[in-house]
Write a protein that binds this ligand. Sequence first.
Ligand code: GDD
Ligand code: MN
Length: 405
Amino acid sequence: MTGTEASHDVVAPEPVAVPEGAVHPVVSVVTPTYNEAENIPLLIPRLHEALAEVPHEIIVADDDSPDGTWAVAEEIAEKDPTVRVMRRFHDPGLSAAVLDGMSIARGEVIAVIDADLQHDESILPRMVEAVRSGEADVCVGSRSTVGGGYGDWTASRRFVSWVATLIARLLLRVPVSDPMSGYFAVSRRAYEETAGRINPQGFKILLEFVGRNRDLRVKEVGYEFANRIHGETKLSRSVIRSYLLGVAELRVGRQIDPQFVLYVLVGLVGLAVNSLAFTAAEALGFPLVTTGLNEALDPIASSFLFSVQLSIVVLFVLNNEFTFWEQRYRGWKLLPAFAVYEVMSLVGTGVHVAVFTYLQHSGFLLSLLGEGATRVAHNLMGYVVALVVNWYLNTTYLWRRRQLR
Ligand code: GDD
Ligand code: MN
Protein backbone atom coordinates (compact mmCIF):
# COMPACT_ATOMS: atom_id res chain seq x y z
CA MET A 1 0.00 0.00 0.00
CA THR A 2 1.18 3.49 -0.74
CA GLY A 3 -0.23 5.16 2.32
CA THR A 4 -0.99 8.39 0.49
CA GLU A 5 -4.61 8.66 1.63
CA ALA A 6 -4.11 12.20 2.83
CA SER A 7 -3.06 13.46 -0.57
CA HIS A 8 -6.50 12.68 -1.95
CA ASP A 9 -7.76 15.76 -0.18
CA VAL A 10 -5.80 18.06 -2.42
CA VAL A 11 -5.51 16.22 -5.72
CA ALA A 12 -8.69 16.44 -7.76
CA PRO A 13 -9.20 13.67 -10.31
CA GLU A 14 -7.91 14.54 -13.75
CA PRO A 15 -10.91 15.39 -15.99
CA VAL A 16 -11.39 12.73 -18.65
CA ALA A 17 -11.90 13.72 -22.27
CA VAL A 18 -15.55 13.58 -23.22
CA PRO A 19 -16.74 13.55 -26.85
CA GLU A 20 -17.44 17.06 -28.13
CA GLY A 21 -20.93 18.29 -27.44
CA ALA A 22 -21.49 15.67 -24.75
CA VAL A 23 -22.24 16.72 -21.20
CA HIS A 24 -19.77 15.39 -18.65
CA PRO A 25 -21.79 12.78 -16.80
CA VAL A 26 -22.49 13.35 -13.14
CA VAL A 27 -23.14 9.68 -12.61
CA SER A 28 -21.83 6.57 -14.31
CA VAL A 29 -24.08 3.57 -13.88
CA VAL A 30 -22.18 0.31 -14.21
CA THR A 31 -24.23 -2.79 -14.84
CA PRO A 32 -22.57 -6.20 -14.92
CA THR A 33 -24.15 -8.65 -17.32
CA TYR A 34 -23.98 -12.31 -18.08
CA ASN A 35 -26.77 -13.61 -20.32
CA GLU A 36 -29.07 -10.66 -19.86
CA ALA A 37 -29.94 -10.11 -23.54
CA GLU A 38 -33.63 -9.88 -22.74
CA ASN A 39 -33.18 -7.55 -19.79
CA ILE A 40 -30.75 -4.98 -21.19
CA PRO A 41 -33.26 -3.39 -23.62
CA LEU A 42 -35.66 -3.00 -20.67
CA LEU A 43 -33.07 -1.78 -18.18
CA ILE A 44 -31.60 1.06 -20.23
CA PRO A 45 -34.82 3.06 -20.76
CA ARG A 46 -35.69 2.53 -17.09
CA LEU A 47 -32.35 3.99 -16.06
CA HIS A 48 -32.82 6.95 -18.41
CA GLU A 49 -36.22 7.59 -16.94
CA ALA A 50 -35.05 7.35 -13.33
CA LEU A 51 -32.08 9.63 -14.00
CA ALA A 52 -33.88 12.06 -16.31
CA GLU A 53 -32.71 14.99 -14.17
CA VAL A 54 -29.09 13.88 -13.83
CA PRO A 55 -26.52 13.79 -16.64
CA HIS A 56 -25.45 10.15 -16.75
CA GLU A 57 -23.79 7.41 -18.72
CA ILE A 58 -24.47 3.69 -18.62
CA ILE A 59 -21.63 1.18 -18.77
CA VAL A 60 -22.50 -2.40 -19.61
CA ALA A 61 -19.75 -4.72 -18.36
CA ASP A 62 -20.41 -8.00 -20.13
CA ASP A 63 -18.39 -11.21 -19.90
CA ASP A 64 -18.79 -12.14 -23.56
CA SER A 65 -22.22 -13.61 -22.80
CA PRO A 66 -23.13 -16.60 -24.99
CA ASP A 67 -26.59 -15.11 -25.48
CA GLY A 68 -25.02 -12.04 -27.11
CA THR A 69 -25.90 -9.49 -24.42
CA TRP A 70 -22.93 -7.43 -25.61
CA ALA A 71 -24.29 -7.36 -29.18
CA VAL A 72 -27.71 -6.23 -27.98
CA ALA A 73 -26.08 -3.53 -25.87
CA GLU A 74 -23.78 -2.42 -28.71
CA GLU A 75 -26.76 -2.04 -31.00
CA ILE A 76 -28.40 0.25 -28.45
CA ALA A 77 -25.14 2.15 -27.97
CA GLU A 78 -24.96 2.94 -31.70
CA LYS A 79 -27.99 5.21 -31.35
CA ASP A 80 -27.52 6.17 -27.72
CA PRO A 81 -24.16 7.85 -27.00
CA THR A 82 -24.70 7.64 -23.24
CA VAL A 83 -24.39 3.87 -23.40
CA ARG A 84 -20.94 2.28 -23.40
CA VAL A 85 -20.30 -1.40 -23.76
CA MET A 86 -17.38 -3.33 -22.41
CA ARG A 87 -17.09 -6.83 -23.81
CA ARG A 88 -14.73 -8.72 -21.54
CA PHE A 89 -12.82 -11.84 -22.55
CA HIS A 90 -10.60 -12.39 -19.55
CA ASP A 91 -11.02 -12.89 -15.81
CA PRO A 92 -14.76 -13.44 -15.84
CA GLY A 93 -16.71 -12.74 -12.70
CA LEU A 94 -19.18 -10.33 -11.22
CA SER A 95 -16.79 -8.27 -9.08
CA ALA A 96 -14.10 -8.20 -11.76
CA ALA A 97 -16.60 -6.97 -14.35
CA VAL A 98 -17.91 -4.27 -12.01
CA LEU A 99 -14.38 -3.06 -11.24
CA ASP A 100 -13.50 -2.94 -14.94
CA GLY A 101 -16.66 -1.01 -15.69
CA MET A 102 -15.87 1.41 -12.88
CA SER A 103 -12.37 1.95 -14.23
CA ILE A 104 -13.69 3.57 -17.41
CA ALA A 105 -16.43 5.54 -15.63
CA ARG A 106 -16.32 9.33 -16.03
CA GLY A 107 -18.94 10.44 -13.54
CA GLU A 108 -18.26 12.00 -10.16
CA VAL A 109 -20.56 9.36 -8.73
CA ILE A 110 -20.30 5.71 -9.78
CA ALA A 111 -23.34 3.50 -9.28
CA VAL A 112 -23.66 -0.25 -9.69
CA ILE A 113 -26.93 -2.00 -10.47
CA ASP A 114 -27.85 -5.52 -11.53
CA ALA A 115 -29.09 -5.76 -15.09
CA ASP A 116 -31.90 -8.19 -14.35
CA LEU A 117 -34.38 -5.55 -13.07
CA GLN A 118 -34.31 -6.98 -9.54
CA HIS A 119 -32.93 -3.69 -8.20
CA ASP A 120 -35.47 -0.89 -8.04
CA GLU A 121 -33.98 1.89 -10.16
CA SER A 122 -36.45 4.47 -8.82
CA ILE A 123 -34.32 4.97 -5.68
CA LEU A 124 -31.22 5.64 -7.77
CA PRO A 125 -31.59 9.46 -7.75
CA ARG A 126 -31.71 9.44 -3.94
CA MET A 127 -28.63 7.23 -3.76
CA VAL A 128 -26.76 9.44 -6.21
CA GLU A 129 -27.78 12.61 -4.40
CA ALA A 130 -26.60 11.23 -1.04
CA VAL A 131 -23.13 10.73 -2.50
CA ARG A 132 -23.05 13.80 -4.69
CA SER A 133 -24.01 16.10 -1.84
CA GLY A 134 -21.18 14.70 0.26
CA GLU A 135 -23.59 13.30 2.85
CA ALA A 136 -22.05 9.83 2.33
CA ASP A 137 -19.16 8.21 0.48
CA VAL A 138 -21.20 5.13 -0.30
CA CYS A 139 -24.96 4.82 -0.54
CA VAL A 140 -26.32 1.29 -0.48
CA GLY A 141 -29.60 0.11 -1.92
CA SER A 142 -30.62 -2.12 0.97
CA ARG A 143 -33.15 -4.89 1.36
CA SER A 144 -32.79 -4.91 5.14
CA THR A 145 -33.45 -1.33 6.09
CA VAL A 146 -36.64 0.72 6.38
CA GLY A 147 -38.59 0.42 3.14
CA GLY A 148 -36.56 -2.61 2.05
CA GLY A 149 -37.58 -6.20 1.45
CA TYR A 150 -36.47 -9.47 -0.08
CA GLY A 151 -39.52 -10.08 -2.28
CA ASP A 152 -40.77 -13.65 -2.23
CA TRP A 153 -37.57 -15.41 -1.26
CA THR A 154 -37.86 -18.91 0.16
CA ALA A 155 -37.31 -19.33 3.90
CA SER A 156 -34.02 -21.16 3.30
CA ARG A 157 -32.62 -18.45 1.03
CA ARG A 158 -33.59 -15.82 3.58
CA PHE A 159 -31.90 -17.84 6.29
CA VAL A 160 -28.65 -18.20 4.33
CA SER A 161 -28.67 -14.49 3.59
CA TRP A 162 -29.38 -13.72 7.25
CA VAL A 163 -26.45 -15.86 8.44
CA ALA A 164 -24.15 -14.35 5.83
CA THR A 165 -25.15 -10.84 6.87
CA LEU A 166 -24.63 -11.71 10.52
CA ILE A 167 -21.14 -13.06 9.78
CA ALA A 168 -20.22 -9.86 7.97
CA ARG A 169 -21.59 -7.68 10.74
CA LEU A 170 -20.02 -9.61 13.62
CA LEU A 171 -16.67 -10.57 12.11
CA LEU A 172 -16.05 -7.57 9.92
CA ARG A 173 -18.13 -5.02 11.78
CA VAL A 174 -19.21 -3.33 8.59
CA PRO A 175 -21.77 -0.58 9.09
CA VAL A 176 -24.23 -1.92 6.50
CA SER A 177 -27.47 -3.81 7.04
CA ASP A 178 -27.22 -5.48 3.61
CA PRO A 179 -23.49 -5.96 2.95
CA MET A 180 -24.15 -8.39 0.09
CA SER A 181 -26.15 -5.89 -1.86
CA GLY A 182 -25.00 -5.56 -5.43
CA TYR A 183 -26.71 -2.17 -5.62
CA PHE A 184 -24.78 0.90 -4.47
CA ALA A 185 -23.35 4.26 -5.42
CA VAL A 186 -19.89 5.47 -4.49
CA SER A 187 -18.06 8.76 -4.89
CA ARG A 188 -15.23 8.93 -7.37
CA ARG A 189 -12.85 9.77 -4.56
CA ALA A 190 -13.89 6.79 -2.46
CA TYR A 191 -13.59 4.59 -5.53
CA GLU A 192 -10.09 5.80 -6.35
CA GLU A 193 -8.97 5.45 -2.77
CA THR A 194 -10.24 1.91 -2.39
CA ALA A 195 -10.26 0.16 -5.76
CA GLY A 196 -6.59 -0.76 -5.69
CA ARG A 197 -7.01 -2.82 -2.52
CA ILE A 198 -9.99 -4.81 -3.69
CA ASN A 199 -9.88 -8.53 -4.35
CA PRO A 200 -11.77 -8.89 -7.62
CA GLN A 201 -12.76 -12.49 -7.01
CA GLY A 202 -16.33 -13.41 -6.24
CA PHE A 203 -19.45 -11.32 -6.09
CA LYS A 204 -19.32 -9.36 -2.83
CA ILE A 205 -18.00 -6.14 -4.30
CA LEU A 206 -19.73 -3.80 -1.82
CA LEU A 207 -18.36 -5.78 1.11
CA GLU A 208 -14.90 -5.31 -0.37
CA PHE A 209 -15.37 -1.54 -0.52
CA VAL A 210 -16.63 -1.11 3.02
CA GLY A 211 -14.39 -3.88 4.40
CA ARG A 212 -11.15 -2.56 2.89
CA ASN A 213 -11.76 1.09 3.59
CA ARG A 214 -13.05 1.68 7.09
CA ASP A 215 -13.17 5.42 6.63
CA LEU A 216 -16.08 5.36 4.20
CA ARG A 217 -19.26 6.95 5.47
CA VAL A 218 -22.19 4.76 4.52
CA LYS A 219 -25.86 5.59 4.05
CA GLU A 220 -28.63 3.19 3.12
CA VAL A 221 -31.83 3.53 1.15
CA GLY A 222 -34.38 0.71 1.31
CA TYR A 223 -35.86 -0.99 -1.71
CA GLU A 224 -37.87 -4.11 -2.39
CA PHE A 225 -35.92 -6.83 -4.24
CA ALA A 226 -37.97 -7.75 -7.31
CA ASN A 227 -38.38 -11.19 -8.82
CA ARG A 228 -36.47 -12.09 -11.92
CA ILE A 229 -38.69 -12.29 -14.99
CA HIS A 230 -36.18 -12.98 -17.76
CA GLY A 231 -33.10 -15.18 -17.59
CA GLU A 232 -31.78 -16.92 -14.52
CA THR A 233 -29.50 -16.28 -11.57
CA LYS A 234 -25.79 -17.02 -11.95
CA LEU A 235 -25.04 -17.02 -8.26
CA SER A 236 -25.58 -20.57 -7.16
CA ARG A 237 -23.82 -23.37 -5.37
CA SER A 238 -20.41 -21.85 -4.92
CA VAL A 239 -21.68 -18.54 -3.58
CA ILE A 240 -21.58 -19.49 0.09
CA ARG A 241 -18.06 -20.78 -0.22
CA SER A 242 -16.84 -17.79 -2.17
CA TYR A 243 -18.46 -15.57 0.43
CA LEU A 244 -16.77 -17.30 3.39
CA LEU A 245 -13.43 -17.11 1.58
CA GLY A 246 -13.99 -13.41 1.05
CA VAL A 247 -14.84 -12.80 4.70
CA ALA A 248 -11.81 -14.82 5.82
CA GLU A 249 -9.58 -12.84 3.52
CA LEU A 250 -10.91 -9.53 4.79
CA ARG A 251 -10.58 -10.63 8.40
CA VAL A 252 -7.30 -12.58 8.55
CA GLY A 253 -6.05 -12.54 4.94
CA ARG A 254 -2.77 -10.92 5.87
CA GLN A 255 -1.89 -13.68 8.32
CA ILE A 256 -3.60 -16.82 7.07
CA ASP A 257 -4.49 -18.36 3.72
CA PRO A 258 -8.31 -17.96 3.56
CA GLN A 259 -8.63 -21.48 2.19
CA PHE A 260 -7.01 -22.77 5.36
CA VAL A 261 -9.85 -21.15 7.28
CA LEU A 262 -12.33 -23.24 5.27
CA TYR A 263 -10.15 -26.27 5.91
CA VAL A 264 -10.33 -25.64 9.65
CA LEU A 265 -14.11 -25.15 9.52
CA VAL A 266 -14.45 -28.48 7.74
CA GLY A 267 -11.98 -29.96 10.24
CA LEU A 268 -14.30 -28.88 13.06
CA VAL A 269 -17.20 -30.64 11.37
CA GLY A 270 -14.97 -33.73 11.14
CA LEU A 271 -14.17 -33.46 14.83
CA ALA A 272 -17.89 -33.28 15.65
CA VAL A 273 -18.66 -36.30 13.46
CA ASN A 274 -15.81 -38.18 15.07
CA SER A 275 -16.98 -37.41 18.62
CA LEU A 276 -20.61 -38.23 17.91
CA ALA A 277 -19.77 -41.50 16.14
CA PHE A 278 -17.39 -42.49 18.93
CA THR A 279 -19.94 -41.76 21.65
CA ALA A 280 -22.67 -43.62 19.77
CA ALA A 281 -20.43 -46.64 19.11
CA GLU A 282 -19.35 -46.78 22.75
CA ALA A 283 -22.98 -46.62 23.87
CA LEU A 284 -23.85 -49.42 21.45
CA GLY A 285 -21.06 -51.50 22.95
CA PHE A 286 -18.68 -51.85 20.02
CA PRO A 287 -16.15 -54.53 21.08
CA LEU A 288 -12.42 -54.33 21.64
CA VAL A 289 -10.45 -55.96 18.85
CA THR A 290 -7.00 -57.43 18.68
CA THR A 291 -5.12 -56.77 15.46
CA GLY A 292 -2.03 -58.76 16.36
CA LEU A 293 0.00 -56.05 14.64
CA ASN A 294 1.08 -54.00 17.58
CA GLU A 295 1.23 -55.42 21.06
CA ALA A 296 1.58 -52.02 22.65
CA LEU A 297 -1.68 -50.80 21.14
CA ASP A 298 -3.73 -54.02 21.24
CA PRO A 299 -6.50 -54.43 22.05
CA ILE A 300 -7.92 -51.43 20.27
CA ALA A 301 -11.48 -50.17 20.56
CA SER A 302 -13.46 -50.77 17.36
CA SER A 303 -15.50 -47.70 18.32
CA PHE A 304 -12.29 -45.69 17.84
CA LEU A 305 -11.52 -47.25 14.43
CA PHE A 306 -15.12 -46.77 13.34
CA SER A 307 -15.28 -43.09 14.31
CA VAL A 308 -11.92 -42.33 12.68
CA GLN A 309 -12.92 -44.07 9.45
CA LEU A 310 -16.31 -42.37 9.32
CA SER A 311 -14.83 -38.93 9.83
CA ILE A 312 -12.22 -39.60 7.13
CA VAL A 313 -15.00 -40.30 4.61
CA VAL A 314 -17.00 -37.24 5.67
CA LEU A 315 -13.91 -35.02 5.58
CA PHE A 316 -12.98 -36.23 2.12
CA VAL A 317 -16.41 -35.41 0.74
CA LEU A 318 -16.55 -31.98 2.42
CA ASN A 319 -13.03 -31.02 1.42
CA ASN A 320 -13.56 -32.16 -2.15
CA GLU A 321 -16.94 -30.48 -2.54
CA PHE A 322 -16.30 -27.38 -0.46
CA THR A 323 -12.77 -26.47 0.62
CA PHE A 324 -11.08 -27.42 -2.63
CA TRP A 325 -14.06 -26.93 -4.90
CA GLU A 326 -12.04 -25.48 -7.77
CA GLN A 327 -9.72 -28.48 -7.83
CA ARG A 328 -12.32 -31.09 -6.94
CA TYR A 329 -12.19 -34.64 -8.27
CA ARG A 330 -15.14 -36.10 -10.13
CA GLY A 331 -16.25 -39.41 -11.64
CA TRP A 332 -13.88 -42.36 -11.45
CA LYS A 333 -10.99 -40.16 -10.29
CA LEU A 334 -12.74 -39.94 -6.92
CA LEU A 335 -11.56 -43.46 -6.14
CA PRO A 336 -7.79 -42.97 -6.39
CA ALA A 337 -8.18 -39.53 -4.82
CA PHE A 338 -9.96 -41.03 -1.86
CA ALA A 339 -7.33 -43.77 -1.55
CA VAL A 340 -4.60 -41.11 -1.36
CA TYR A 341 -6.66 -39.11 1.11
CA GLU A 342 -7.17 -42.18 3.27
CA VAL A 343 -3.44 -42.80 3.47
CA MET A 344 -2.74 -39.14 4.29
CA SER A 345 -5.44 -39.19 6.95
CA LEU A 346 -3.96 -42.29 8.53
CA VAL A 347 -0.60 -40.54 8.58
CA GLY A 348 -2.41 -37.62 10.23
CA THR A 349 -4.05 -39.95 12.74
CA GLY A 350 -0.63 -41.44 13.49
CA VAL A 351 0.73 -37.95 14.10
CA HIS A 352 -2.26 -37.21 16.32
CA VAL A 353 -1.74 -40.34 18.42
CA ALA A 354 2.02 -39.75 18.58
CA VAL A 355 1.67 -36.15 19.76
CA PHE A 356 -0.98 -37.20 22.28
CA THR A 357 1.12 -40.05 23.64
CA TYR A 358 4.23 -37.90 23.81
CA LEU A 359 2.43 -35.10 25.67
CA GLN A 360 0.87 -37.59 28.07
CA HIS A 361 4.30 -39.00 28.91
CA SER A 362 5.79 -35.53 29.26
CA GLY A 363 3.18 -34.53 31.82
CA PHE A 364 2.91 -31.14 30.10
CA LEU A 365 0.24 -28.89 31.71
CA LEU A 366 -0.62 -31.64 34.20
CA SER A 367 0.02 -29.57 37.31
CA LEU A 368 -1.99 -26.74 35.84
CA LEU A 369 -5.13 -28.51 34.60
CA GLY A 370 -5.49 -31.81 36.46
CA GLU A 371 -5.67 -35.17 34.76
CA GLY A 372 -8.99 -35.09 32.90
CA ALA A 373 -8.59 -31.63 31.39
CA THR A 374 -4.98 -32.39 30.51
CA ARG A 375 -6.04 -35.41 28.46
CA VAL A 376 -8.54 -33.25 26.59
CA ALA A 377 -5.92 -30.53 26.03
CA HIS A 378 -3.34 -33.03 24.79
CA ASN A 379 -5.87 -34.59 22.50
CA LEU A 380 -6.74 -31.17 21.04
CA MET A 381 -3.07 -30.34 20.52
CA GLY A 382 -2.62 -33.63 18.71
CA TYR A 383 -5.59 -32.77 16.55
CA VAL A 384 -4.22 -29.33 15.68
CA VAL A 385 -0.78 -30.68 14.72
CA ALA A 386 -2.41 -33.42 12.62
CA LEU A 387 -4.63 -30.83 10.95
CA VAL A 388 -1.63 -28.78 9.86
CA VAL A 389 0.24 -31.86 8.66
CA ASN A 390 -2.81 -32.99 6.71
CA TRP A 391 -3.26 -29.52 5.23
CA TYR A 392 0.30 -29.64 3.98
CA LEU A 393 -0.08 -33.14 2.53
CA ASN A 394 -3.51 -32.43 1.01
CA THR A 395 -2.52 -29.19 -0.66
CA THR A 396 0.84 -30.46 -1.85
CA TYR A 397 -0.14 -33.81 -3.31
CA LEU A 398 -3.91 -34.03 -3.67
CA TRP A 399 -5.64 -30.71 -4.15
CA ARG A 400 -2.68 -28.74 -5.44
CA ARG A 401 -2.69 -25.11 -4.49
CA ARG A 402 -3.28 -22.61 -7.19
CA GLN A 403 -0.75 -19.87 -7.28
CA LEU A 404 -1.60 -17.13 -4.88
CA ARG A 405 -2.27 -13.73 -6.33
N1 GDD B 1 -20.14 -9.60 -16.18
C1 GDD B 1 -20.66 -10.51 -15.33
N2 GDD B 1 -19.93 -11.64 -15.04
N3 GDD B 1 -21.88 -10.30 -14.79
C2 GDD B 1 -22.37 -11.24 -13.95
C3 GDD B 1 -21.67 -12.42 -13.60
C4 GDD B 1 -20.39 -12.61 -14.19
O1 GDD B 1 -19.70 -13.61 -13.95
N4 GDD B 1 -22.44 -13.15 -12.74
C5 GDD B 1 -23.56 -12.43 -12.57
N5 GDD B 1 -23.53 -11.29 -13.30
C6 GDD B 1 -24.55 -10.23 -13.38
C7 GDD B 1 -25.92 -10.72 -13.77
O2 GDD B 1 -26.09 -10.71 -15.18
C8 GDD B 1 -26.81 -9.71 -13.08
O3 GDD B 1 -26.94 -8.54 -13.83
C9 GDD B 1 -26.04 -9.40 -11.79
O4 GDD B 1 -24.68 -9.70 -12.08
C10 GDD B 1 -26.51 -10.20 -10.58
O5 GDD B 1 -26.43 -11.58 -10.85
P1 GDD B 1 -27.61 -12.58 -10.49
O6 GDD B 1 -27.21 -13.90 -11.02
O7 GDD B 1 -28.93 -12.04 -10.94
O8 GDD B 1 -27.52 -12.57 -8.91
P2 GDD B 1 -28.68 -12.78 -7.85
O9 GDD B 1 -29.89 -11.98 -8.20
O10 GDD B 1 -28.85 -14.23 -7.60
O11 GDD B 1 -27.96 -12.15 -6.57
C11 GDD B 1 -28.34 -10.95 -5.95
O12 GDD B 1 -28.07 -11.10 -4.60
C12 GDD B 1 -26.68 -11.22 -4.30
C13 GDD B 1 -26.46 -11.56 -2.88
O13 GDD B 1 -27.46 -11.15 -2.04
C14 GDD B 1 -27.63 -9.76 -6.54
O14 GDD B 1 -28.23 -8.57 -6.06
C15 GDD B 1 -26.17 -9.73 -6.20
O15 GDD B 1 -25.63 -8.49 -6.63
C16 GDD B 1 -26.03 -9.91 -4.72
O16 GDD B 1 -24.66 -9.93 -4.38
MN1 MN C 1 -30.48 -11.26 -9.94
